[in-house]
Design a protein around this ligand. Structure first.
Ligand SMILES: Cc1cc2nc3c(=O)[nH]c(=O)nc-3n(C[C@H](O)[C@H](O)[C@H](O)COP(=O)(O)O)c2cc1C
Length: 209
């Protein structure tokens, strides 16, 4: 599939073939393709919970307005955005710094500067921490949807769920935000795909103030 086919055939499909599984290796390929997503300082503040078991998906569905696709799809992902993914205590921050040192992009003497820069940019308020986590994770989620489509899978993003309910039901620590749930699988060919939705044009999108 070329890129135009990938982007134009991605739809939020409502019906998944619950008899057709997504093999682990294929899911791994999709996630690793999406991992090339850019992020602030390359901090990559995203994580995924992968739900395959019926019981787990039904538990999630209960917190997601009963949306049937959550349990119909062979895989539903809880997409997590780490609001502390910029902070010194986050293990990936240390990993990030040592990788940058290895690559010659940072020196040990810049550790303090780097910590201050992250704190000033992302850590000054709850809103800035949520913005940091969700904007980066949103890009990752989009890459997941396109990567999935490029290997023949369909997806459905959802924000129709109770974040507090999902966190409680799956013991998710407080510092995570959940920008979306993402069902992944094959479209159920016995159902009809809804007509493509309207989109804003270039002229609608471009503004000046
Ligand atoms: C962040 C996000 C949250 C969404 N939440 C839901 C949802 O909870 N339930 C649902 O049926 N569709 C949901 N959608 C799907 C949108 O309605 C759909 O993407 C939009 O209408 C455009 O249709 P298309 O993706 O098929 O082009 C969501 C989409 C996004 C990006």
């Amino acid at each position: 599939m070329d890129f135009f086919d990938v982007i134009s055939s991605r739809r939020a499909v409502n019906h998944f073939d619950s008899h057709r599984d997504v093999p682990d290796a294929l899911l791994r390929q999709v996630v690793e393709m999406a991992a090339s997503t850019p992020s602030s300082f390359n901090l990559q503040p995203w994580s995924l919970m992968v739900l395959r078991e019926k019981e787990e998906k039904l538990r999630l569905q209960k917190e997601a307005m009963g949306q049937a696709k959550v349990s119909e799809a062979p895989v539903t992902l809880i997409v997590l955005a780490d609001t502390r993914g910029w902070a010194d205590e986050c293990p990936f921050v240390e990993r990030n710094f040592s990788e940058m040192m290895k690559a010659g992009a940072m020196k040990e003497s810049q550790r303090g500067w780097f910590s201050k820069a992250r704190t000033n940019l992302y850590g000054t308020s709850d809103a800035s921490q949520v913005a940091f986590a969700t904007k980066n994770t949103g890009f990752f989620a989009m890459a997941l949807m396109l990567s999935a489509r490029s290997v023949g899978l369909h997806t459905h993003p959802m924000d129709g769920f109770s974040m507090e309910g999902v966190k409680k039901a799956f013991h998710i620590p407080d510092h995570y935000w959940i920008p979306l749930l993402l069902s992944v699988g094959y479209f159920n060919d016995e159902k009809e795909l809804a007509e493509p939705k309207w989109r804003k044009t270039y002229d609608d999108i471009v503004v000046r103030f």
